[in-house]
Every structure is written in C-alpha cells, then in structure tokens.
Design a protein around this ligand. Structure first.
Ligand code: PMP
Length: 396
C-alpha cells in the first residue's frame, strides 16, 4: 500500500482532495519532500511559520526546555519559568488593559475561553458575530462563525448569537445592554482577507463601551507580526477587551492564548472556583518556543519585512485576470477573476514549487502569506512564477 493510501486509510480525512505532500523536513522558507522536491512555503502552514520553519532560536529554546521538564501539572497551579517569562514579555507589548494571559492549546480554544470569560464577567449571554467570519471548529467558536454552510450541519449551536454585516454601520444597535461580547477579526482571514475599516471599528468600540459589551478580537491569524505590526489592531489604534491569539505565536509549536485584564479574569476564579481549566494549556515547551519566537520577532526587522512584502506583491501582481490584491503586510489575498483560473494557478504554481492555498470561504482568492524571513530574491522568484501562471491560464 502506498503511503498516500495508508494516509487516506488511517488519518481521518477532511478533504476529498488532500494535497498529500509527503514531508521529509522543512527549513527556513522551504519544505522538502521524501521525493527530494522543494517547495517555497508561500502560506506559512496557514499563517504559522512566520519566522520560517525551524528557526534556530526557537529550536534551541525547545531543546533547552526538553532537558528541564515537560508537563508537570495542569494549568494554573505551578510556577513555570517559560510561562511566566513569556507572559510578561507578551503583556509588555500590549495596551495597559491587556495585562493577564490565559494559555491554551489552539486558536479555537482561545475563542472558547474568551466567549466563556465574557459571559461570566458580564453575566450576559447574547453574542454578536460577523458574516463571513471564521473563529474555529469547536461548538462555541462555530456558533459565532459567520458562515451558515459550516454551522448548519451542527445546529442547534449556542443560542443568542446575532450576525452583522462586516464593515457595515447597519444594525449596530443590536449591540446592547444584553450583549456579553462582540467577536471579530480585525482583518477577516478565511472570509477572504478583508481588513476592517477604521471608522467602523471605532464605532464598534464605542457601542461596546456604551453598553458594557466586551470586545473580543480574534487575531489568531493576523497576530504576531503577520500584518507588519505585532498585532493587526495596532494599525487601527483601537484595543479590545479580550485578545485571542494562536498560530504564529510559538514558532511552529501548538499554542493559543486569550489575553484580558486582571479584573475581567477574576470572573474565572469564583462561583465555582476552577471553572475554566486545561491540562496542557501553557505547555512549557510551547512557552519556551513562544518566548524565543517573540524575542526574535521584536529584535529583527521582520515587521518591516512584512510591510515590504505587501509593497512588492501589490506592485507586482497586477494585470489581466487579477481583480485585486488586498490585505496588510504578509496577510494578503490575491483576488482572481474566476474559480477555474484560481484553481489552475494554484495547481500550476504547486508544480513549479510554490505552495499556495485558498481561504476557507472563497474559491477565487489565493492566500499569500509567506514567512516574514523571506528574502527579496525568493519573493520575486515566487511572484514571477505566480504572475506567469496567471498570464498563461487567463483566457486560455
Ligand atoms: N480564528 C481564526 C481567525 C483563524 O484563522 C483560525 C484558524 N484558521 C482559527 C480561529 C482556529 O484556530 P485553530 O485551527 O488553531 O483552532
């Protein structure tokens, strides 16, 4: 039996057409297969490998932690140095009200925790989400994900969730005194790389302040430098009450977090105590990796490189077949004219060693999210391949 057949046989499948690359190793911007092929990872494992694969500082931190201890206790009981140091460094980068961190294992779990925290801290249950959003696949996150196609098979989900139009001023009065939280991505990722508009976001912030609803930002995809700032909300100068992060946080290790104020987090301590716990959240190896990852992000010119990537891509990828390139930094979406062209370009680039992908809610948008370590020549070589492929298949 081929390894592809074994894979299809034993690993629960979520796609009828898995990419099926058989990985040997990955280093920097490249992924190498067991057949000796080399791919430029132009999607960073879906916005994870921002410092590239196996960044030496991250690897070193992981190795050092491995020699000390792995799991020792469930979340929130023991003092573990990598957890503490990482939390302190992270908080130091954030607005004053975001001063405590709750560590979890993934993006969706961060959103789950944030939603529970908002309900407990406000004593309310109503939730506001946005159309075309994506917040994860567990029940709570799915309940606020703005795509019926994904929600419908799992109904009933959480009650009291209302979906508003992203970037629209209509129906904002639905954010009222019954609302526990408004959850949004400052730049929608799976919905098609759609940045929020400053005035709209400011209005949402105002509505939340007026009504006591908590504003949750899901920066699971946009966080940790991807957009050219450490967090996308810095482009807008509008802070949330709860910030959810994951993906690029720990340099390729699994990790997530939701961050809020000490005051809001008090809601988790009482009635009953221990009302939100996790076994592996804040795993010391993930925290050690995350600390090294954040130190490196802050010391290098990675954020500037994200902005450079945006400029290069927007300048270069124009012409027939291309409707738009949108997004910020290295969180970009290449909007093509139709589905067929999009599919052909993704396939063609794959054959030429450039790994691209779709976003979940769109079939005419190519996700461009290279690692922030990508060098100019690596970037332009990949962009040439993409552009030539569009030219070849457009109208063909
Ligand atoms: N929120 C956003 C904005 C995401 O992009 C994702 C993952 N694509 C998630 C939540 C869910 O994260 P995870 O897959 O780690 O659960």
């Amino acid at each position: 039996m081929s390894n592809l057949d074994r894979f299809k046989n034993t690993i629960a499948q979520t796609s009828d057409t898995p990419v099926g690359l058989e990985i040997d190793y990955a280093e920097g911007v490249y992924i190498f297969t067991v057949n000796g092929e080399k791919y430029v990872d132009f999607i960073s494992g879906i916005a994870v490998s921002s410092l590239g694969h196996r960044h030496p500082k991250v690897i070193q931190a992981i190795q050092e932690q491995l020699n000390k201890h792995l799991h020792v206790m469930v979340y929130g009981e023991f003092i573990q140095k990598p957890q503490l140091e990482f939390a302190e460094l992270l908080i130091a980068q954030l607005p004053e009200n975001l001063n405590q961190v709750y560590f979890v294992n993934s993006g969706t779990e961060a959103n789950e925790g944030a939603l529970k925290l908002a309900k407990k801290a406000t004593g309310r249950t109503k939730l506001i989400g946005f159309k075309n959003s994506y917040h994860g696949d567990t029940h709570g996150s799915l309940s606020v994900t703005g795509r019926e196609m994904y929600r419908d098979p799992y109904l009933p989900l959480l009650p009291g969730v209302y979906f508003l139009e992203f970037n629209s001023f209509e129906q904002l009065d639905l954010i009222n005194e019954e609302t526990a939280a408004v959850i949004l991505e400052p730049i929608q990722g799976e919905g098609g790389i759609i940045p929020s508009e400053s005035e709209w976001l400011a209005e949402i912030r105002t509505r939340c302040d007026e009504t006591g609803a908590l504003l949750i930002y899901d920066e699971i995809q946009s966080g940790f430098g991807r957009t050219g700032k450490l967090f996308a909300f810095e482009h807008y100068h509008i802070a949330p009450d709860i910030l959810c992060v994951a993906k690029a946080m720990a340099g390729g290790m699994p990790m997530g977090a939701f961050i809020s104020s000490k005051k809001i987090f008090e809601a988790f301590m009482y009635n009953p105590p221990l009302n939100h716990v996790t076994t592996f959240g804040g795993h010391p190896v993930s925290c050690a990796a995350a600390l090294a990852n954040l130190k490196e992000l802050l010391s290098g010119n990675y954020l500037a490189n994200a902005s450079f990537i945006e400029e290069e891509v927007k300048e270069f990828l124009t012409g027939p077949g291309i409707t738009e390139v949108r997004g910020k930094g290295a969180m970009l979406g290449l909007q093509l004219e139709n589905r067929e062209l999009t599919q052909k370009v993704v396939e063609d680039c794959f054959e030429q060693g450039v790994l691209l992908g779709w976003t979940l809610h769109s079939n005419t948008l190519i996700r461009l999210a290279p690692p922030l370590i990508i060098e100019k020549k690596q970037l332009t070589d990949a962009l040439h391949i993409i552009k030539e492929s569009i030219q070849k298949h457009y109208g063909a």
